[in-house]
Design a protein. Structure first.
Length: 92
């Protein structure tokens, strides 16, 4: 009987996710430029303890697109280039 969770325990994760989203909303109002990108929002929400999938959903994205965006961002840092020479030539 001691292992049984109380009735309110099923709502704790819902309350936690809701509070995290409200914190993000307040942070975006205080500093809108800092939380403009989805990755910044997800990083903030993960800092509050949300799993990546829940943080991505609250930020208006999916876990897979966040994973790909992080991969592309880390890849861009390693290469040091913003685009290929062909892409730059096409933009001119």
């Amino acid at each position: 009987m001691a292992d049984d969770a109380p009735d309110y325990a099923t709502w704790l994760h819902v309350i936690g996710r809701s509070l995290a989203y409200l914190c993000l909303d307040v942070a975006r109002k205080r500093d809108p430029d800092k939380y403009k990108e989805v990755l910044d929002k997800v990083k903030f929400l993960e800092g509050l303890g949300l799993p990546q999938a829940d943080a991505a959903e609250a930020a208006g994205s999916t876990a897979e697109s966040v994973r790909v965006a992080r991969y592309n961002k880390s890849k861009a840092k390693k290469s040091g280039k913003k685009g290929s020479e062909k892409a730059r030539a096409r933009r001119r």
